[in-house]
Design a protein around this ligand. Structure first.
Ligand SMILES: [Zn+2]
Length: 139
C-alpha cells in the first residue's frame, strides 16, 4: 500500500508544507487554508494528510511531534519534514479549517517544546476560534 503521492505547497518565507488528499475537499481549498494558517503559525516542514471522515460526527485531527515511521512518504525527500497532521474531513465546510488551525497550534507547541501541562488544548481551541473569527473568510 504505497499511498497517494504528496503535493508540495510553497508558503511565505521560503517555507514549504506537503499534503495528501483523499477527502472530498478540492486541493485548491486545502492550499488556501494551509496558506492562511501559515500566515499566523508556521507550517514549515509540516506534512498534512486529509482523509474522509468515517462515522464520526465532527472533523477530527491529530498532530504528531515527528514523522511516524509507518507514514506514507511518496514524493517527499527524507529529512526535509518534521511533523505530521492528520485531519478527517466531514461535510462541514468550517469544521475542518478549525481543526487544521487547532493542530497547527499543537505543532507550534512542539516547536516550543511545550509537550505537556495544563492549558494545551484550551490554547489550541482559543487559537482556532480566533483564526476562524479574524482570519478566515472561506476557501
Ligand atoms: Zn488538540
Amino acid at each position: 500500500m504505497a499511498g497517494q503521492k504528496h503535493r508540495i505547497v510553497r508558503l511565505k518565507g521560503r517555507s514549504r508544507c506537503a499534503f495528501t488528499n483523499t477527502s472530498k475537499l478540492a486541493d485548491k481549498e486545502i492550499k488556501t487554508a494551509l496558506r492562511a494558517v501559515h500566515s499566523e503559525l508556521s507550517l514549515d516542514r509540516v506534512v498534512v494528510h486529509f482523509k474522509t471522515m468515517g462515522e464520526r460526527r465532527w472533523s477530527f485531527g491529530r498532530a504528531y511531534a515527528g514523522i511516524p515511521g509507518v507514514m506514507n512518504r511518496r514524493g517527499l525527500s527524507i529529512g526535509e519534514w518534521d511533523y505530521l497532521i492528520t485531519i478527517a474531513v466531514d461535510d462541514d465546510p468550517i469544521r475542518w479549517v478549525h481543526t487544521l488551525a487547532h493542530e497547527a497550534k499543537h505543532i507550534d507547541q512542539y516547536r516550543q517544546r511545550h509537550y505537556r501541562g495544563r492549558g494545551r488544548e484550551a490554547a489550541c481551541n482559543a487559537f482556532a476560534d480566533w483564526f476562524m473569527r479574524e482570519c478566515w473568510s472561506g476557501a
